[in-house]
Design a protein around this ligand. Structure first.
Ligand SMILES: [Zn+2]
Length: 335
């Protein structure tokens, strides 16, 4: 669709109609029902169904009463998602109050594509599928996904009521009140809005983007990333990885690499096969001001082999399991 060609459908025009300059009605007001029909047939319905199915599938064994992880025990990227959700909640609620239904749809579509699909679902696969059901980090991710599903169902209910009701009639929502239209409007918890968390994660995004630009089409999981960062950036990244080197830190999950080493200066010796690049992190500090911090990346192929189970390059021998997966199998994973 193109605005200049004139084949764009304006949701406000569908609901309220449009008038020409002499006051004659050019297009009648079709009302909200037709708007719903438009949303359902424009592809948003299919996209939301896909998202709901994904979230509900992951939450099949999650009981919010017993499995919810307290906010303080979530990883920074989990808290970041709740921070984003709190912003979405304010925006969508304000849009509904001022009848900006087209903007509601735009917000939900963007959030669903960029935050849920491209970011959060992408980085949390290992946590969800390779850890035991009761693992605290898996439950942490499910806690966030439960909030995402609850919020999206509520926000979409006025526009796609049948889809929202259908979702609400299935786990993880049962047993609760018998209709989503008898529950209260979704509200974000006040502590979710956290500028500190946003500052930390936006720093990690700078590093991730530089790393992804460098490796282009190769999978990040093949690499060990050594980050050398100036003090302020170093302190931000250290929140995500207190250890010097890790294969399981929050920073590893965001970068999707098999190993991350975090340093405050470049290593003295760099292997021949390493790619060394500089980067500049332009990010928000916790007080909201924009700051610039230089960093360098040394990217080397992981010295380890892909694990036959989780596919991280953290197995000491070819065609074997990594330490984490070996321990899980010995503990009786199948049970
Ligand atoms: Zn493994």
């Amino acid at each position: 669709m193109s605005k200049s060609v004139g084949n764009v459908i304006d949701p406000q025009a569908v609901i309220n109609g449009t008038k020409v300059t002499d006051g004659k009605v050019k297009q009648p007001a079709y009302g909200v029902d037709v708007m719903r029909w438009w949303a359902a047939q424009s592809g948003l319905d299919a996209q939301m169904r896909k998202n709901f199915r994904y979230l509900m599938g992951n939450l099949a064994d999650f009981d919010v009463e017993t499995d919810r992880v307290p906010y303080d025990n979530l990883l920074p990227q989990d808290k970041y998602m709740l921070h984003q959700l709190a912003q979405l909640c304010s925006e969508v609620t304000a849009d509904y109050e001022s009848f900006k239904y087209n903007h509601v749809l735009h917000c939900l579509e963007t959030f669903s594509n960029s935050q849920i699909s491209s970011f959060y679902s992408n980085i949390t696969k290992d946590r969800l599928y390779c850890n035991p059901a009761e693992h605290p980090l898996r439950r942490a991710c499910q806690t966030v996904q439960y909030e995402l599903l609850s919020a999206m169902t509520c926000f979409l209910a006025p526009i796609l009521p049948h889809l929202a009701e259908e979702v609400f009639q299935h786990p993880p929502f049962l047993p609760v009140e018998n209709s989503i239209f008898k529950t209260s409007w979704y509200e974000a918890d006040a502590q979710w809005s956290d500028a500190e968390v946003e500052a930390v994660i936006s720093s990690a995004f700078c590093v991730r983007d530089r790393f992804n630009n460098l490796i282009t089409t190769e999978s990040p999981v093949q690499f060990h990333v050594i980050i050398s960062a100036k003090p302020r950036l170093f302190e931000h990244l250290r929140v995500l990885q207190p250890e010097l080197t890790s294969s399981s830190s929050a920073l590893c999950e965001i970068l999707q690499s098999s190993y991350v080493t975090l340093l405050s200066r470049l290593p003295v010796a760099v292997p021949d096969e390493a790619n060394v690049v500089d980067g500049l992190c332009v990010h928000k500090d916790s007080d909201g001001s924009e700051v610039k911090d230089a960093f360098s990346l040394v990217v080397i192929p992981s010295e380890d082999y892909p694990c036959d189970r989780c596919r991280l390059h953290t197995a000491r021998r070819r065609r074997e399991l990594c330490e984490r997966c070996s321990e899980l199998m010995l503990d009786g994973w199948e049970k």
